[in-house]
Design a protein around this ligand. Structure first.
Ligand code: SF4
Ligand code: SF4
Length: 166
């Protein structure tokens, strides 16, 4: 009889495990899943590549900019890249759908291009200063800081020396 009462109680309580595969299982917000990359927020410092213990990230110089590549198969989801990324251009999402066939391990990649911008002073190719970095560096983006943003380091120095920029 005790058995029947326990059985009834458990039936009324319902399952206490995740509803998968009959329904979606909630993923914790802080789950360290698939890495995502936002090329518009990246400033090309390559810190993520430097700290990645698995060597999953690589940047390559291209004529049009910096090519970013990540091998998800090699990523160990440690979160170091995101931790050290100043602008949070690289993040770990809570997407855990990463299982794949062994044959597909080199295809599980993502690529992006951090495109060069032209210096507004001399036209030299330079890495753009991302909005995300400007918001970090200045409480309010002034016309002066906005002007500086579009100059290469050499033109910035010249502008400072000539008094164009105080
Ligand atoms: S993703 Fe972040 S850490 Fe990596 S190069 Fe871009 S700005 Fe630097
Ligand atoms: S989470 Fe860790 S292993 Fe994965 S790309 Fe970032 S630093 Fe590399």
């Amino acid at each position: 009889m005790a058995f029947l009462s326990i059985l009834m109680k458990n039936l009324l309580k319902g399952p206490s495990t995740e509803p998968l595969p009959t329904a979606d299982s909630p993923t914790p917000a802080a789950y360290r899943g698939k890495v995502t990359f936002d090329e518009t927020a990246c400033v090309g410092c390559k810190m993520c590549e430097h700290v990645c213990p698995g060597g999953a990230i690589r940047f390559e110089e291209r004529p049009e900019g910096l090519r970013f590549m990540i091998w998800h198969n090699t990523c160990v989801n440690c979160g170091l890249c995101s931790h050290y990324c100043l602008t949070k251009a690289i993040k770990l999402s809570n997407d855990w759908h990463l299982s794949h066939l062994q044959a597909d391990k080199y295809r599980l990649t993502d690529q992006a291009l951090v495109a060069y911008a032209a210096c507004s002073g001399c036209g030299t190719k330079m890495l753009p200063t991302a909005d995300a970095l400007m918001r970090l560096a200045y409480k309010k983006v002034s016309p002066r800081s906005e002007h500086l943003r579009h100059l290469c380091p050499d033109c910035r120095r010249s502008a400072s020396v000539s008094g164009d920029i105080q």
